[in-house]
Design a protein around this ligand. Structure first.
Ligand code: ADP
Length: 578
């Protein structure tokens, strides 16, 4: 009000009037002056009226603009005062039930409007308990500034309510049927995609399981061929054996990666995070890849080793680093260089980088870099690969709370980096799990019972143990027979397949542990069930070791060695006790 009185028009009129009164008081006795003053006053009043008119018109125009805006809203609008009475409602109610101008008159309370609308059957969900529904709706209307979805005769209406400054409420209603339909379609599509993904993962996982037993035979026999005494094989035969072994191992890697990827996608990845010394895992990966680099004519070097410890799954981190190093070597050139460095990245992370001087990655290919089965043109080259490594590495790194990234210049080289959380636990680092030389296993002079129904796997074991002096091998094709033989012959070690006819390997283990003749005999599981969950179950069940097919001779001998050492320890303890 005050600001309006101070506006220029009012000020002119006010000053003119004040001046006229002053002149009238001092010089009012002269008629011509009086007339002049009166004319002045009339002019001032006229000016005032014009000013007021103009103001009113302006206000009307502003109000009209506001009404136009509210009327052109694609939904219903209602404004309630502090007493919850309707001040204004727009007319865009036809498309947005339930409330419309038929049910809402200016001055009605919100409750009256609600009840009238319910009585007209416009809110089906309120019909069963109108009072309860109204009470709940009023509570929301008065106390919550929120959004409500109402289903009205096949349509979905979103009601948005907000408090106004003077204590009232503004209510907006929009027909969101189409939007909700799209959401629902997206949700169904996502669910279908998830189901398809799960089916794909299951299929891949089953396929990979099926591939493992024959691979076991291929790799195992090829390893035995490689170990043959000098002179028994011609150089050609030896080379063929090596090729079989190499291809078998390549296939095994592929199967393992597919299994891993499908396992992760199906949410089955189980990690064992522990304190990992970055320098150790880096030098381990370097040692593994050095021969590969030498063969490719690439120099492999490492940078700083002051990065400290990270929290990670050792095997998985090693797998990621081997993959990055292998790529850096594969997609390099003869005479090229690969450098692996590790350094703190901020105070909570460590960055391991693999830098190469290779071919780099074209900008057009980079978006698909971490997509499974994408080789980005490498499929036309003679570089071996299937395009899973980076996709798997990304998932593994992310599962370890880390991040993976890259920088690349086509023709100059690439850097792939992995950031992992620094280990904050102050506990002592775990002892490095390196396999000792299996001296006891190789020395021979012990007996092994192998419970296995697959004759090829059995032959493989026979060949393997035949090489060791004085190792007696008994075998049984079923669990029941295996238990009988174990009781009768009391072998030093039992090797047990888990997928046996009649009785599962877990049941066999349980029975062996219940018998006094066999309860202390170490039982090594040798199985194709290689998912992390299977391994956890096996370890928890009480197997001395849980080994997966295809059999790795080194790991197998290390397990035999550890079992023999354990048996010796038990016997010594028993002697001391006696
Ligand atoms: P693979 O090597 O089996 O094809 P990856 O998933 O490890 O599969 O890599 C996917 C693709 O990314 C490769 O086929 C290659 O085209 C590209 N790539 C990966 N690492 C590098 C690198 N260090 N330099 C150049 N290209 C690379």
């Amino acid at each position: 009000m005050l600001s309006r009185l101070l506006s220029p028009g009012y000020r002119i009129v006010a000053v003119t009037t004040a001046l006229a009164i002053l002149l009238l008081a001092t010089l009012g006795h002269e008629p011509w002056i009086r007339q002049g003053i009166i004319i002045g006053l009339v002019v001032a009043a006229g000016l005032l009226i014009i000013q007021i008119r103009r103001r009113e018109q302006e206000l009307q125009r502003a109000e009209q603009r506001l009404r136009d805006a509210v009327e052109s809203l694609p939904g219903g609008f209602m404004l309630f005062d502090a007493d919850d009475r309707l001040i204004y409602a727009n007319h865009a109610d036809s498309g947005v039930p339930p409330v419309g101008s038929d049910f809402a008159r200016v001055g009605d309370t919100f409750e009256t409007i609600l009840r009238r609308t319910i009585a007209a059957g416009r809110i089906p969900e309120a019909v069963a308990d109108p009072d309860g529904w109204v009470a709940a709706r009023l509570r929301r209307h008065r106390t919550e500034a929120g959004n409500t979805l109402l289903k009205v005769g096949g349509r979905v209406v979103e009601v948005i309510e907000r408090p106004t400054q003077e204590g009232g409420v503004v209510t907006l209603r929009f027909d969101v049927t189409e939007r909700e339909r799209v959401f629902e379609a997206e949700r169904l599509a996502r669910a279908a995609a998830d189901a398809a993904n799960r089916a794909k993962s299951d299929f891949l996982s089953r396929m990979s399981h099926e591939l493992r037993p024959p691979l076991n035979a291929i790799i195992g026999f090829a390893q035995i061929l490689g170990r043959d005494r000098p002179g028994t094989l011609t150089p050609d035969q030896k080379e063929h054996g090596e090729l079989i072994l190499k291809s078998g191992q390549h296939l095994l890697n592929l199967v393992n990666e597919v299994l891993d990827l499908s396992g992760i996608e199906a949410g089955r990845l189980k990690l064992s995070p522990e304190r990992v010394a970055v320098a150790d895992v880096v030098s381990l990966a370097m040692a593994t890849m050095r021969p590969v680099a030498a063969k490719a004519g690439v120099t492999l070097t490492s940078g700083s080793d002051e990065a400290g410890d990270v929290r990670a799954d050792l095997q998985r981190l090693r797998q990621v680093l081997l993959n990055l190093l292998s790529n850096a070597i594969k997609y390099n050139r003869r005479g090229g260089r690969v450098t692996i460095t590790a350094s703190p990245s901020g105070s909570t992370r460590v960055r391991i980088s693999v830098v190469d001087t290779g071919i780099g990655i074209a900008p057009g290919h980079q978006t698909q870099l971490f997509e499974p089965f994408q080789r980005l043109g490498a499929e036309h080259s003679n570089v071996e690969g299937v395009g899973i490594g980076l996709a798997l590495s990304k998932k593994l790194v992310e599962a370890m709370d880390g991040e993976i990234g890259y920088a690349t210049t086509p023709g100059e080289g690439s850097t792939f980096w992995v950031d992992l959380p620094t280990e904050t636990d102050s506990a002592a680092p775990d002892a490095a799990a390196s396999l000792p030389e299996p001296a006891l296993a190789k020395a021979g002079g012990y007996s092994v019972l192998y419970v296995e129904d697959n004759p090829t796997n059995l032959r493989l074991m026979e060949h393997l143990l035949k090489e060791l002096p004085g190792v007696a091998l008994f075998s049984a094709p079923s669990g029941a027979l295996g238990i009988d033989l174990a009781v009768a012959h009391r072998p030093d070690i039992i090797v047990l397949d888990l997928n046996l006819p009649g009785m599962s390997g877990y049941e066999v283990l349980k029975r062996l542990k219940a018998l006094k003749e066999t309860r202390d005999t170490p039982v090594i599981a040798l199985t194709a069930a290689a998912m992390p969950a299977d391994i956890n179950r096996g370890t928890e069940a009480g197997f001395f070791r849980y080994l997966t097919k295809p059999l790795d001779v080194g790991t197998f001998l290390a397990a035999i060695d550890a079992a023999l050492a354990e048996t010796q320890l038990q016997r010594t303890a028993g002697t001391v006790r006696l």
